[in-house]
Design a protein around this ligand. Structure first.
Ligand code: FAD
Length: 454
């Protein structure tokens, strides 16, 4: 067995029980074979593991929730530092603060905070890791109301490339605190996040309205008119997908491609009902479904179609607006996807998101009212993914003239494309490079959307 002096967690090598389960990643495309997996129990264990990796010349990967579509959280022949056991969540309901382990999943966070009717804005699928999601930004149902996950971060505990355990907050290592709010895992391993909490739920309003694929242009034009008028309590995600074979879907539309508005209301039920009625009146849907549900159930409602074991490839863009040109390309390209599991998602970013100053965090994206679009190729069989990759790439290329540029939300990048990472951070990239040079000059942490040290 590989010796890591002073390590209190579990060390796994390829010949050991548990290794295959531990090295699995969400995206089944990436089957990696680390030489060593260090399953840590504490920040001190992380420090021991990093020193061991550096001293032995092992490439280091850091695994949070393992949802990086690029498979960045593991590494062939290197050291995988597995944070999964750091999943505790302590809620101080009175102070409205939560301390969250660096390997926690969104469902750990939601479960603990909702016991007090509180929440942290995060993503929309509960098996995603808090770690990777937060470090890149973190957008979901509550972004219009309370901003990105990073906008609600008070402090982090982080282990740097030399094994130092630091705290970063506005009043301590402020450069590092700025960098971790959007700059990904570039500066070290976050072992604890401290978040501010907000009231949300426990019951929220859910509505799904669906139109057939030929109505795409009308749906997107409706979104363009409607979204800027919505109160922050309402969030609508546009999903171009195939209708599920659910009881509320007419049989003739089972698996039919189309467009859905998924509308979530955090305010009074009447407010939500009024928005659904406005939509219905403007463009009667082919079918719809609505119900109040607990916030934790909302957060789990998309878990199954996005389960572990799929083969996945995605690319994204920011769109300043849903222009006629963009709508033309989107509707043409969506009609060309092959796999019924592939989907295009459009998140609205405005209100609390746009209220944050551009320079307040390192987030890779402008804090102006806009949309984040994700083109996601998904298949069950590995050999089918190539066709979806081609579809994702040609859709993305065709949309370029109508986007804010080649940059995108860094958490939605499947490939490490340096020019796109730089474009996403824009004028912040140089500042991030300075911070990288200070905390990780040898680029030990490079299995991420990598920022090169200055
Ligand atoms: P990992 O693969 O474990 O980590 C991703 C990256 O972050 C790696 O580079 C890893 O080294 C690093 N990392 C992880 N934890 C730490 C840590 N504690 N310290 C330092 N580095 C760390 N994003 C959204 O914003 N909103 C969504 O609604 C959303 N939904 C998604 C749904 C699915 C099914 C998937 C696959 C992704 C989704 N994402 C969403 C994107 C998601 O934010 C990224 O994939 C994110 O990187 C996942 O984090 P993770 O910890 O699960 O992944």
């Amino acid at each position: 067995m590989t010796e890591l002096a002073g390590f209190s967690g579990t060390v796994l090598t390829p010949d050991q029980d548990g290794y295959d389960e531990a090295r699995r990643l969400w995206n089944a495309q990436h089957v990696r074979q680390p030489a060593v997996i260090a399953q840590v129990q504490s920040a001190e264990d992380v420090a021991v593991a990093i020193r061991y990796g550096v001293e032995n010349g092992l490439e280091i990967a850091v695994r949070g929730g393992a949802h990086s579509v690029s498979g960045a959280s593991s590494v062939d022949n290197g050291l995988m530092i597995d944070l999964s056991a750091l999943n505790s969540v302590y809620v101080d309901a009175e102070a409205r603060l939560a301390r969250v382990g660096g390997g926690a999943l969104l469902r750990d966070l939601d479960g603990a905070t909702q016991e007090h009717g509180l929440a942290v804005p995060a993503g929309v699928i509960s098996h995603t890791g808090v770690g990777g999601l937060t470090l890149g930004g973190g957008m979901g149902w509550l972004s219009r109301k309370y901003g990105l996950s990073i906008d609600n971060l008070e402090s982090v505990q982080l282990v740097t490339a030399d094994g130092s355990i630091l705290r970063a907050a506005e009043d301590e290592n402020p450069d590092l605190f700025w960098g971790v709010r959007g700059g990904g895992g570039n500066f070290g391993v976050v072992t604890e996040f401290e978040f501010r909490l907000h009231e949300a739920g426990p019951m929220v309003q859910y509505g799904m309205q669906f139109w057939t694929v030929d109505q795409g242009a009308d749906v997107l034009r409706l979104a363009r008119e409607l979204f800027p008028t919505l109160p922050a309590d309402i969030n609508i995600v546009i999903a171009a997908l195939n209708a599920p074979p659910a009881p509320f879907v007419p049989e003739a539309l089972h698996f039919a491609p189309g467009y859905a508005f998924v509308t979530v209301g955090f305010g009074p039920p009447e407010q939500h009902a009024e928005v659904l009625e406005r939509i219905r009146t403007a463009l009667p849907p082919s079918f719809e479904f609505g119900t109040p549900m607990p916030y934790v159930a909302l957060q789990q409602s998309l878990d199954e179609p996005n389960d572990w074991g799929h083969h996945s490839y995605e690319k994204g863009s920011y769109l300043k607006e849903l222009s006629d040109g963009a709508i033309e390309v989107i509707t043409q390209e969506i009609a060309k996807k092959v796999s019924p599991m592939s989907a295009t998602m459009i998140y609205r970013l405005d209100q609390a998101y746009s209220a944050v100053d551009d320079d307040a965090t390192a987030f890779g994206g402008e804090r102006t009212d806009q949309y984040a679009l994700f083109i996601v190729g998904h298949t069950l069989a590995p050999e089918l993914l190539e066709a979806e990759k081609q579809w994702v790439r040609s859709f993305w290329e065709a949309l370029q003239p109508h986007t804010a540029g080649i940059g995108s939300y860094v958490n939605g990048m499947t490939e490490a494309e340096d020019d796109r990472i730089k474009a996403s951070y824009g004028s912040k990239y140089e500042r991030l490079q300075q911070i990288k040079a200070k905390y990780d000059p040898d680029n030990v942490f490079h299995r991420n959307q990598n920022i090169l040290p200055a």
